[in-house]
Design a protein around this ligand. Structure first.
Ligand code: F6P
Length: 320
């Protein structure tokens, strides 16, 4: 392949820049030219091209967000939009594409492969870590650490005022962030969309903890499980303990990527570029333990990633 393209698409994630840098430099090392498209799929359709040489991706490894920016494209969801995107790719002699993003972005990638036989390799980039076929997606580790730092601070004030704090973290449809944040912050409970929970049981646990001498409690809530304000109200009414809530929101998507995310992005980005240039397509790169792996996009998009019950149980055991 003489020329490849790269996009970041869907919700941004810390480490996407490190991945763009890795894709670019690995491809340049193989003698291929690289262009980025600004605004993901929308930017392909709109021909928003940014030529990427080694210098263009210098000094971005530590930057959160994405220099290629990102967008959700309604046009690309239509066949006409995708036809237009293919036309732009062909007009610009782009022979293959690396797509860095989550489920929605990888669905778009699969369409380009299946409808037009256009070569695409996906890289998992999402703070949610809900993508099958990889142990970790780029940005998850940073977002967990960002939430953790916030909770460590909240704990101080929760203790001083002997309050219960409900802290809402991101995760519309899943609780991967919430679970790891709960484990690492030593939270008293975690509420996630995948597993039914009883707020009355949680209130009982909070009361028992107080009788054991616990001065304050933290409850981590995934945004898709319930409304933080409702949970706070319920707890306050049923236990009589003073409660507060905090929604961390989009701050979890920003910030400088951790070393873990940078190295993950670097390995996955370089691997994706190499696979694409070597003629592979319709797959996503990922990690299995310490090993780099690939899986067909069809597998990735039809397999649900599930919560590890052992981790969930540990939250309870550790809160006793
Ligand atoms: O998929 C990443 C994510 O940050 C989710 O955790 C969250 O629910 C969603 O994106 C928020 O999307 P938006 O940026 O469109 O508000």
């Amino acid at each position: 392949m003489k020329k490849i393209g790269v996009i970041t698409s869907g919700g941004d994630a810390p480490g996407m820049n490190a991945a763009v840098r890795a894709v670019t430099r690995a491809a340049l090392g193989r003698g291929a030219e690289v262009v980025g498209f600004i605004h993901g799929y929308r930017g392909i359709i709109g021909e928003e091209i940014l030529p990427l040489d080694s210098k263009a991706v210098g000094g971005i490894i530590q930057q959160g967000g994405t220099i290629l920016r990102t967008a959700r494209s309604d046009e690309f969801r239509t066949l006409d939009g995708r036809k237009q995107a293919i036309q732009v790719l062909q007009d610009n002699a782009v022979e293959g594409l690396v797509v860095i993003g989550g489920d929605g972005s990888l669905t778009g990638a699969r369409k380009l492969v299946e409808e037009f036989d256009f070569p695409v390799v996906g890289v998992p980039g999402s703070i949610d870590n809900d993508i099958s076929g990889t142990d970790f997606s780029i940005g998850f580790d940073t977002s967990v650490n960002t939430a953790l730092e916030a909770i460590d601070k909240v704990r101080d004030t929760a203790y001083s005022h002997e309050r219960v704090f409900v802290v809402e973290v991101m995760g519309r449809a899943n609780g991967f962030i919430a679970l790891d944040v709960a484990l690492s912050s030593g939270a008293e409970a975690v509420l996630i969309p995948e597993v039914p929970f009883s707020l009355l049981d949680i209130c009982d646990n909070l009361r028992r903890a107080r009788t054991r001498g616990k001065k304050s409690s933290i409850i981590v809530l995934a945004e898709g499980a319930a409304r933080a304000s409702d949970v706070k109200e319920f707890i306050q009414k049923n236990t009589g303990f003073e409660a507060r809530y905090l929604v961390l929101g989009h701050m979890q998507r920003g910030g400088s990527p951790t070393a873990f995310d940078r190295i993950l992005a670097l390995r996955l980005g370089a691997f994706a570029a190499n696979r694409l240039i070597s003629g592979f397509s319709g797959e996503m790169v990922g990690v299995d333990g310490t090993k780099l792996v690939t899986h067909p996009l069809s597998y990735v998009l039809s397999t649900e990633r599930t919560i590890d019950p052992e981790r969930l149980l540990l939250v309870d055991v550790m809160s006793q």
